[in-house]
Design a protein around this ligand. Sequence first.
Ligand SMILES: *Cc1c(COP(=O)(O)O)cnc(C)c1O
Ligand SMILES: [Zn+2]
Length: 441
Amino acid sequence: MRFNIGTWFAQPMSQPPSWHLACVECGTTYLGLELRYRCDCSATLDVIHDLDACNLTREILDSRLASKNPLDRSGVWRFRELILPLGDETLSNIAVTRGEGSTQLYDASLVGSEIGLSNLWLKHEGENPTGSFKDRGMTAGITIAKHLGMKAVACASTGNTSASMASYAAISGLEAIVFIPEGKIAFGKLSQALAYGAKTIQIEGDFDDAMALVQEVCASEGIYLVNSINPFRIEGQKAIVFEIMQDLDWQVPDWIVLPGGNLGNNTAISKGLLELHALNIIDRLPRIAVVQAAGANPLYTAWAGGENLVPVKADTIATAIKIGSPVSWRKSMRGIEALDGVVTEVSDDQIMDAKALVDATGIGAEPASCATVAGIRRLVDEGVIKSEDKVVGVLTGHLLKDPDVVVKYHTNNLEGIKSQRANAPISASADIDEIRRIIRQ
Ligand SMILES: *Cc1c(COP(=O)(O)O)cnc(C)c1O
Ligand SMILES: [Zn+2]
């Protein structure tokens, strides 16, 4: 994935930036703004911040909550020293932001009491501008694309990445090219990519096929790749956990739980927590739990067996995590180990039951998001999470992303799923007595 097209450094080589890229496998380092996604050894890269030079404190971060500076108003750029440390002046000029983040952390005691927990919060990342946490990574990825002078961006996507990329590319005047698996993308997401004007290519194949193709095309056509292999996407997504900690007034919970597909997001959350801890902004670390769908569980299998990841053919109703060959698995595993984490898996039936529960409490989220709650339930049942533990679950995407599945669930039309919480519409003639009878029932 290597380009060789002149200088890509915002700062002269004689003043190397304090932050840099480093290979996850062999440790080779590269300059922060070098245009590359992988090491020469082909492994993925991390952004390494100079934490000694970072003077962020709780007080600085809290003061920004009352600021009118657009950077402070973004739930990503509020944490800019740990996202993309180019300085306030540069960032004010180049940041492509839609005011992402600043999502609600719901006290979800209704959901908690049903699954045996007394302290459950749900961070609703569906409340981002395009309806998923992908906006947090995308604001960083597109800002870098602009800064590097790229003209076009591309991604392979199960839907939400393409929706987000299409929007952020459109507002910044970049061409957007989306690779999606044909017929396997939720309608809410496909409609966003089309509406925001992305060139949308439906591949006869699954997400993993699309991912392989997009990497080749970006390398040969000089297009900037904004999949989560892109290390700056991961940096933006760390802001989910920065915000969770700020929402909780820096009181660290016992667990953070989230779904895992391509595994960029749990990588980001682990990295963000370790950085906050190194800076003494938090005084201890929570544990992390990553939840996979049983039909797309290569990380679970690798973690449970203590082995390297073996790709699988993915199949699950939760299309956002229907990924059989996750690119970020090594980074992900490293973060899980550092946070004494666990990986679990849940069936589609359990995902949909948890979704119906989350939806009916008025919070609502798309299927993959609710794998979080299904996973928490399983871990509570197994005694891994204790009933008095403080748990934060991440809801990754908005309920309206996949309305098809919702209607089918509530009308008992999902193959292989028991619709135990179905709330089907009731047909009635336009007759007041009949309607009174229905309402009084
Ligand atoms: C992308 C996505 C995921 C999976 O995140 P990864 O970083 O790929 O593990 C889960 N849920 C939703 C709604 C998503 O859009
Ligand atoms: Zn390397």
